[in-house]
Design a protein around this ligand. Structure first.
Ligand code: SF4
Ligand code: SF4
Length: 140
């Protein structure tokens, strides 16, 4: 069993036009939401990147570049890297329905034999609406 030394957060390129990704980073820093299982006292590096825009195919090239650089410039092994699909990709939210290319994105990530997890920052408000309504819905 490998320890996680490096986390890649994959974010929606469209949502990132107006989101800095701060809340994802904060959730990681506080080990909340999708990051709650990681020990707070372990040094874990963190990288944000976007899918590059629909249909997300650029993810494959970006991951290839990342693994090349990690191999050259660090002692981090591919097995010690975990990719998190940001909540705005894998869940319905204020920003809209989940990514229509989500299955394709997972296929790309699996091609690189990369471990992945769902979710990053989990908004309490979105979570309670998803629980109570079964889907995101505007309240009337
Ligand atoms: S999950 Fe939230 S904070 Fe993270 S990239 Fe998506 S919209 Fe931004
Ligand atoms: S492929 Fe999905 S995650 Fe990427 S920009 Fe399009 S909707 Fe967003």
């Amino acid at each position: 069993m490998y320890k996680t030394k490096y986390i890649v957060v994959l974010q929606c390129d469209i949502v990132k036009e107006r989101c800095s990704g701060y809340l994802c980073e904060e959730a990681f820093h506080k080990r909340e939401g999708g990051f709650a299982d990681y020990p707070a006292d372990e040094p874990i590096r963190y990288l944000n990147m976007t899918c590059g825009g629909c249909c997300g195919r650029a993810t494959l090239r970006k991951l290839s570049n990342l693994f090349k650089l990690l191999g050259k410039r660090s002692d981090i092994k591919p097995e010690e890297v975990v990719l998190h699909f940001s909540s705005c990709i894998c869940k319905e939210s204020f920003h809209g329905p989940k990514c229509p290319h989500y299955d394709y994105l997972k296929e790309l990530v699996e091609r690189k034999n990369l471990l992945w997890r769902e979710g990053t920052r989990i908004s309490d408000q979105s979570e309670s609406r998803r629980d109570s309504l079964g889907r995101w819905s505007r309240e009337v």
